[in-house]
Design a protein around this ligand. Sequence first.
Ligand code: ADP
Length: 708
Amino acid sequence: MIAEAKQVLKQYFGYDEFRDGQARIIGNILEGKNTVGIMPTGGGKSLCYQIPALMQDGVTLVISPLISLMKDQVDSLLHQGIPATYINSTLSNNEVESRMEEISLGEYKLVYIAPERLESSGFLHFLHTLPIPLVAVDEAHCLSQWGHDFRPSYLGIYKAVNQLSSNPVILALTATATPQVQEDILHHLQIPDQNKVLTGFQRTNLFFQVVKGEDRKRWVEKYVSKNKQHSGIIYCATRKEVENLYLHLEKKGYAAGKYHGGLSDTLRQEQQEAFLNDSITIMIATNAFGMGINKSNVRYVVHYQIPKNMEGYYQEAGRAGRDGVDSECVLLFSPQDIQTQRYIIDQNIVNPELHKNEMQKLRDMIDFVHTEACLQNYILNYFGEHVDQECGHCSNCLDDRESEDVTKEAQMVLSCMMRMNERFGTSLISGVLTGSKNKKILDWGFDRLTTYGLMKDQSQKEVGLFIDYLISEGIIGVEGGSFPVLKVSTKGKEVLMGERKVTRKIQPTVSAIVPKEDGLFHALRNLRKSIADSEGVPPFVIFSDKSLQDMCMKKPKTSEEFLHVSGVGESKLVRYGELFINEISAFLEENPQHQVEIQKPETTYKSNKSDTASYLISFSLFKEHKKIKDIAKERGMSTATIENHIIRTYQEGMMDDWSILFTEEEEILIEKAVSKVGTGLLKPIKEELPKEISYFQIKGYLVKAGQK
Ligand code: ADP
């Protein structure tokens, strides 16, 4: 069975091998076992239900909380030659009805819905009538209120699915589940522990970095200027910060987008699309952005402020490098942000137990910033996974900077705080230390303190950053909400007494990320963008960066070579093979120095009949003027399936001879019926027409009319 699944993997998705966990999950499903799959973002969870969906009769239901993701997922599947659709609140009633009708007619292998739809008894009744071999529950951590995205509607899934007459297998998938959340998912969906497939959360292509005590506006500016050609997301904790940073970068001439809950739906939609389409490369957003963004070529995620928990952090950071290409995740830490997060928790969580839980999560997040051990390992430990080896490429693993002894400076700050009776915040303390003539300082008489002007060789800002550093090291404590007051901690007292040393590493310089791309990559990326624009889909739906990189490496000249490129299945070969092969050869002609000997792959991929996309086989028989009935018989498939295959070839423009479908007179009849009852549903059209005219002909007509 797995051999068959592997063939589907190659044929539709263009990959040679399963990734860790995929084969086990797919094997479980095909054996009829309810399963929980826990894999990191970008680990390839979608394939775990898409492949069984293709291998089994009937339609697979995918439950996802992410409405904005559905369209992209469906577009990607259609581009891979897989019939899929979605039903959600963005559709009109007419659209919903016609999709439901198409689903009943067996036109789709996958249907995406939001969990709330299962609360409709009418929809449940409809599901009862369908053959559903599998229900995939995406983002299954939404089931648990100990998780970070609890959705009450998820609690109704088990009961609804359990009642379905086709008794489907359940597959629950998530990327971010602590042991407690995993337990909740298993328990709620009544899945035995042995059916849990946990692959590990490690993302070896992500390079984690924590940057402390930097002027972050300046840091971000440098960073985006060094990484202009890459797409990245910058997460801020509040709408206000998003607006501030957006204005700042805009003023500096960067084409950035912004996204937060305070913007209108239309504006958010526009900004999101511009980012997905690579029209803008920087997205500045609150955590409202990203649920459902499966753009695979995000090369960096910067957290401008500390997020409120590790789950949120890893999920957001994990949006970098879904295509497996090296990417960076940078957390800019400034101690005041802890207050912001505390405030957000205080405002939003009333239940004392949940409040305590959230505060603990925030503390775990803060510890991540302070740890000097491997950052990747810290994350893995948090999710209950223990690894011995360090990642070797996070900012802690790579940190071989010399440390400076800054005990004396720390003592100056601490003693100044003591003299000011520990009643003030960073700005006033740094003002006193640098000898500011600020009115408040003079009014309080702080200019008479012995610590006044003690650090006047530095700017007030630099001293402020040093204070931030002492806070992040736990030498100074922060109390209070909107106007935090700094206190000397126990650790700080030891420093004052000369019992503890303070060292500080020299701050790192901002680096450009990821390998430099060559001209061929640029050429292919431009081609991808123009195809994507003309098809109205995001570029990554056409090909991932990884596929483009692989093309740059393999420089395919023939269709057969093109099929060897990672991510090229048969549908993509048919659609884009020629365009990309031509682009590569044109580039090589102009740049002969790029022509290098390409190693022959060990095994040659042979395209045989069983490997060819199913609808293309039907198409070739249809072109030979065989009748649908006969093709169905020959292929052992239903006539409805064959008809759908043929309709697809018309939709994709491979076929344009409409006379095989209907005569001119028949076309006029259908046209009249359509103008009378509209195109919303097929049934009313059919009822307007003589019996001999089939649904097949009507669908064909609608495709033709849509292309006129
Ligand atoms: P997830 O849902 O776990 O975040 P996706 O299913 O979106 O991840 O997959 C992430 C990327 O990895 C996609 O571009 C997908 O095509 C690719 N991918 C999935 N499985 C494989 C595989 N076996 N080999 C190579 N690439 C794969």
